[in-house]
Write a protein that binds this ligand. Structure first.
Ligand SMILES: *Cc1c(COP(=O)(O)O)cnc(C)c1O
Length: 365
């Protein structure tokens, strides 16, 4: 008999709904709806969590990257080297500043390949923007070395990696700035769109506070063309309420990954954690040459899987024409990746069902 295993389930149970309604009610009662006290408190707690001096709440992860790049003065004429496999927001945020995204190849762990980055550095390169894809921190020591060597800015897209660490250092603690998304699909997310930029530089913090409010300072002077990209107080309040629960969610995601690891070893290629890496498994990505057939088979079994992402950013219609780099490993990987359901609401029974179905598909059972 078929069971349903949803990829993600954003419904809240009765007690969670009750708690959140009272969190929202508190904001409505004090009435400081725009940049209320919860925003500053959230910024303080996130800065502390990441070991940074400052955090600035913005409207989304896309805003965080776009405004973050602008705060560093990146714009027309500049090139920003990023990965070829990510959610398209990464490339869009770069392109919207007027800068040109340059797409590097990836390693087998699906993260940006520092060796590929090195081959792409040129006279117009201003920054490297690695994405901690799937919730695994990139090879930051290598990227830091490259950034130092070529005097480039390093900006983390940590949208998928809140709480992930490398040798004990948290995602968001490495770059000149780091950008987080707190949308509803992320492990630490609100009930809608929200984002945060973290940094140790006070000048950048001040600039971001202006940039998220149409470039305004003191409500009178516009110092730079920008947009309205503030975080809502209600989202900040929800995130403050959820922050203490993050470690538990990460632990559950890691437990689920361990269950899959045990059950699927030898059948498909599994995510690998190297020494010193603590992945949070925003996604659990397996790889197989029979990806499309497996996906269809699992779908028939009521198991929802996803391809994150079926089209590489440089191969999207919006970017294709201007791309001059090559990314052979990414082209190979993108045909073979598949995200299994790994949300924290799943039970061991669900994981057994998914794993047994995969075994059946491969004729291993
Ligand atoms: C989610 C995500 C973003 C964008 O965040 P939004 O809050 O949806 O705007 C950017 N980069 C990556 C890698 C993401 O996963």
């Amino acid at each position: 008999m078929n069971k349903k295993v949803p990829f993600l389930d954003l419904r809240l149970n009765t007690s969670e709904r009750k708690e959140l309604l009272s969190v929202i009610d508190a904001v409505l009662a004090h009435g400081r709806i725009v940049l209320g006290p919860e925003v500053q408190e959230l910024e303080k707690q996130i800065a502390d969590y990441c070991g940074r001096k400052f955090a600035v709440g913005v409207g989304s992860g896309t805003d965080a990257i776009f405004l973050g790049l602008k705060s560093l003065g990146i714009g027309p004429g500049d090139e920003v080297i990023t990965t070829s496999l990510s959610w398209i927001a990464t490339a869009n945020a770069i392109a919207l500043t007027g800068a040109t995204p340059v797409f590097a190849d990836i390693c087998d762990d699906l993260n940006i390949d520092p060796e590929s980055v090195r081959t792409l550095v040129g006279p117009r390169t201003k920054a490297i923007l690695p994405v901690h894809f799937t919730g695994k921190v990139c090879k930051m020591p290598d990227l830091i070395k490259l950034a130092d060597e070529y005097k480039l800015l390093l900006i983390e897209d940590a949208a998928q990696a809140f709480g992930a660490t490398l040798h004990g250092r948290r995602a968001g603690s490495f770059g000149e700035i780091a950008c987080f998304s707190m949308n509803q699909m992320k492990i630490f997310g609100s009930c809608g769109d929200a984002g945060v930029v973290v940094t140790d530089r006070e000048d950048i913090q001040r600039k971001l506070i202006a940039l998220r409010h149409n470039g305004m300072v003191d409500r009178t002077e516009c110092i730079e063309v920008s947009l309205n990209g503030r975080i809502d107080t209600i989202h900040a309040a929800i995130l403050l309420h959820r922050l203490p629960q993050v470690e538990e969610i990460i632990a559950k995601r890691r437990e689920i990954a361990g269950w899959y690891d045990e059950r699927l070893a030898g059948l498909v290629e599994l995510p690998v954690q190297q020494e010193g890496e603590r992945d949070i498994h925003f996604s659990y990505q397996i790889r197989t040459d029979r990806r499309d057939a497996l996906m269809a088979f699992l779908s028939e079994k009521g198991i929802e899987t996803q391809i994150q992402h079926p089209v590489l950013m440089p191969q999207q219609a919006a970017y294709k024409a201007g791309v001059r780099s090559t990314f052979p490993n990414a082209e190979k990987m993108v045909k073979r990746i598949l995200c299994l359901p790994n949300n924290e609401k799943l039970s061991l029974e669900d994981i057994d069902y998914v794993s047994d179905s995969i075994k059946t598909f491969f004729g291993a059972q």
